[in-house]
Write a protein that binds this ligand. Structure first.
Ligand code: FAD
Length: 406
């Protein structure tokens, strides 16, 4: 027996990698180290069904206790990997324990971007972990008055939707850009989402940078804005984006550039070290810059790619990225890369909550699709793109039922 595979980070990517290794017949030792005390859990429900108590902690576990025992995956919870020594192929943990590896998989994910040097008065929150979600639930119960959401990305907007519709609280969404979801959605979808939030009674402040907080006795009173009156708030939730957890790799001399750089087999510039999920940056054929994909699909797919390589069956990663968001009673699903969009078509009855936005590149081929309550079309497009099909704009130009199977 060798020293086996050591996986750092026990969330979507890390757990999936351990599971995929066993599925691929890998019989060596697998150790999975995670900083979080909780049994690994799904993050997406934290801003949706978990925050309003529609699902429990048990419901959101990624795998049961028995899975780790049955699959002989040694799960070490509540421990941080502090350093990597690539010469001795060892990792030192926060309790002083030193672990050997033949293959090291970094699945360290990302963390919320904080406000100025981490300045966090009482009742100012971020949402990444189960513990964060518990704190937010506690704060919502213990306060009344307005909830301010700073940052109109997906996590902030999902929380805004849940807090407004499930808790009935006054919500103000504060966004520095001219539109919501500016990094991850087309202007068409941004506008649609903005209308839903406003119709539900939330106040939306676009093009409005936050400057700081007003506090009393260390607890937030208001969000201070640039050139506008302060927004009084009992609870503030920051959704300012995320930062990749790359320091463990960069301190070991592994190449990083806003993410741990990997090739199409998820290998870093050290052939024994892999990086997967939110923390990994890589090249894709569809766009001319490297990407980090911040979604469950990418965490799972890269986990399987790294596992296959380690198990001796390397298969390159050719992503067709997709993700979903649930807010305001709508299921929003996006597939593909929006970067190359030169024209777009609106399909279906989007104003009444069911339709799609299709986006085309300069050669009039579909590069991305955003669907609203339309999982069937989302799936058809995902399958077609994954099969390498080109979907030309003409197919989408009629108003009738779409047929993408032929
Ligand atoms: C509230 C919320 C809602 C979301 N909703 C959606 C959605 O609807 N759809 C979607 O596709 N995606 C969604 N996402 C994004 C999705 O959850 C992430 O893309 C996914 O979690 C990435 O998985 P990961 O394993 O790469 O990283 P992470 O989930 O960030 O996990 C990394 C783990 O590594 C641990 N770790 C880091 N450093 C160390 C260390 N040195 N030692 C030990 N452990 C370490 C961390 O504690 C963490 O548990 C959501 C995210 C959040 C926070």
């Amino acid at each position: 027996m060798g020293k086996g595979t050591l996986i750092i980070g026990a969330s979507h990517a890390g757990v999936q990698c351990a599971s995929a290794l066993r599925d691929a017949g890998y019989a060596e030792r697998i150790i999975l180290v995670g900083e979080d005390d909780a049994l690994p859990y799904h993050r997406p429900p934290l801003s949706k069904s978990f925050i309003c108590a529609k699902v429990s902690e048990e419901d959101i576990e990624l795998k049961s206790h028995a899975f780790y025992t049955d699959e002989q995956i040694e799960l070490k919870r509540g421990l941080r990997a502090d350093s990597i020594c690539r010469e001795t192929r060892t990792v030192t943990l926060s309790n002083g324990e030193v672990l050997d590896y033949d293959n090291l998989v970094l699945a360290t994910g990302s963390r919320p971007r904080l406000w100025r040097k981490g300045e966090m008065p009482g009742n100012v929150h971020v949402l990444r972990t189960l513990a964060d979600a518990r704190h937010i639930i506690g704060a919502l119960k213990a306060t009344d008055g307005t909830v301010a959401i700073v940052g109109g990305g997906y996590v902030g907007l999902e929380l805004a939707a849940t807090v407004r519709t499930q808790f009935g609280r006054d919500v103000v969404i504060i966004e520095a850009s001219r539109r919501l979801l500016s990094r991850s959605a087309s202007p068409l979808l941004s506008d649609w989402v903005a209308r839903q939030h406003v119709q539900a009674g939330s106040r939306l402040l676009l093009n409005t940078p936050m400057v700081g907080f007003e506090t009393s006795n260390g607890v937030v009173d208001a969000v201070v804005l640039d050139g506008q009156p302060d927004v009084k708030a009992g609870v503030v939730i920051l959704g300012l984006g995320i930062v990749p957890n790359e320091e463990l790799a960069s301190q070991a001399g592994i190449r990083c550039a806003d993410g741990i750089m990997v090739d199409e087999f998820c290998r870093t510039d050290d052939p024994c070290v892999y990086a997967i999920g939110d923390c990994a940056r890589f090249s894709v054929a569809q766009v001319d810059h490297t990407v980090r994909l911040e979604c469950v699909q990418n965490a799972h797919d890269q986990a399987r790619v790294a596992a296959a390589t380690i198990a001796g069956n390397p298969t390159p990663y050719r992503p067709v990225p997709w993700f979903w968001s649930d807010q305001m009673g709508a299921k929003l699903q996006t597939v593909g890369f929006l970067d190359n969009t030169v024209s777009s078509i609106t399909h279906g009855d989007i104003e009444n909550g069911k339709g799609a936005f299709f986006h085309f590149d300069s050669e009039k081929n579909l590069c991305a699709a955003e669907t609203v309550n339309n999982p069937a079309i989302h799936m058809q497009i995902r399958r077609a793109l994954a099969a390498g099909k080109k979907l030309d704009q003409q197919r989408f130009e009629h108003e009738g039922k779409l047929d993408l199977k032929s």
